[in-house]
Design a protein around this ligand. Structure first.
Ligand SMILES: Cc1cc2nc3c(=O)[nH]c(=O)nc-3n(C[C@H](O)[C@H](O)[C@H](O)COP(=O)(O)O)c2cc1C
Length: 300
């Protein structure tokens, strides 16, 4: 029996680790490669209606315990992404990440992702560094409710909403997702952040601010999942700072049925394999016969 199998609502995964949006997922081949390296699924880079260049360099900087990026949602546009999606969907379970500026735009993108073979869509309601998108919409409960319900009316595949930690309203926004019929919540996206170079008295990133990811954000993500689990009844996917099996186990015990890994892939392409074997060892030693039995264990 495969103890690592998990369900995010109706979506079954043979392994609980998913490639997070924006890392190793720009092409069909890179996602296919990650399936071979132990990922149970992959979320695509966030895709919009039109091609976008993103912010100019510097758009990414490593700091102690993390990274700050302001990529600015560069992407080829939904039409330009069709072939990559079809290639990835042939190789494994692909979750199409989309961003838009209205409920209508999100719905149109979701319909295309479904047609291209996505097993689910992830609504990026949480990018901290693209004006007019992301957290500017994802921190308003009415906007979130209307986007999720419009996308739910447009596609048959599961609809997940990716939320931002840059708010004190996380559980209220989560409730809006649940009330609108969303099939899952992904938490967290990056934390709004800034790095300044004192020598030139200027912010380092061309966009001035960006999003913090990596080990520094893990306790924030674990707390977010714990809070959502305590107040809602909807499948959760944990993301933020996962580098090894202990981090993944923390998210699962906080309430996540699956987890995503982003930044850590930049340092270790084999991270999913290591997490899978570490989790299996831990589950055997501590008597957990399935991921389901571990989900939310820290609440009991
Ligand atoms: C370089 C980079 C690009 C990212 N691009 C996206 C994106 O396009 N859409 C999105 O929803 N999240 C994006 N993220 C956020 C990640 O998916 C993830 O939520 C965040 O980095 C926390 O996880 P981590 O600490 O494992 O990286 C990006 C993160 C990084 C570092």
């Amino acid at each position: 029996m495969n103890v690592l199998q998990t369900h995010i609502g109706a979506l079954k995964l043979e392994r609980p680790g998913i490639v997070a949006s924006g890392i190793m997922d720009e092409t069909g081949d890179s996602m296919a490669r990650m399936f071979g390296l132990g990922a149970g699924a992959a979320v695509t880079k966030s895709i919009g209606s039109e091609r976008r260049e993103g912010h100019r360099n510097p758009s990414f900087i490593e700091i102690p315990y993390g990274y700050v990026n302001a990529m600015g949602l560069p992407n080829p546009g939904i039409e330009g992404f069709e072939e990559e999606m079809r290639t990835a969907a042939k190789a494994g379970t692909v979750i199409g990440s989309i961003f838009g500026s209205s409920a209508k735009e999100f719905s149109e993108l979701a319909v295309r992702m479904e047609a291209y073979g996505a097993s689910a869509v992830e609504l990026n309601l949480s990018c901290p560094h693209a004006k007019g998108y992301g957290i500017e919409m994802g921190t308003d409960t009415n906007t979130v409710r209307s986007i999720v319900s419009s996308v739910k009316d447009s596609v048959k595949i599961p609809v997940y909403a990716k939320l931002t930690p840059n708010t004190h309203l996380l559980t209220e926004i989560g409730k809006a997702v649940q009330d609108a019929g969303g099939d899952g919540i992904v938490a967290i996206n990056t934390l709004k952040a800034m790095v300044i170079a004192p020598e030139v008295a200027m912010p380092v990133l061309s966009n001035k601010f960006g999003g913090l990811s990596g080990p520094a954000v893990k306790p924030v993500g674990v707390r977010a999942i714990y809070d959502l689990r305590a107040s809602l009844d909807i499948p959760l996917i944990g993301v933020g700072g996962i580098c090894g099996w202990r981090d993944a186990a923390e998210y699962i015990m906080a309430g996540a049925s699956a987890f995503q890994v982003g930044s850590a892939l930049g340092k270790d392409i084999n991270v999913f394999k290591k997490i899978n074997s570490g989790l299996e060892r831990f589950m055997k030693e501590f008597g957990y016969s399935s991921i389901k039995k571990m989900v939310g264990a820290a609440h009991e």
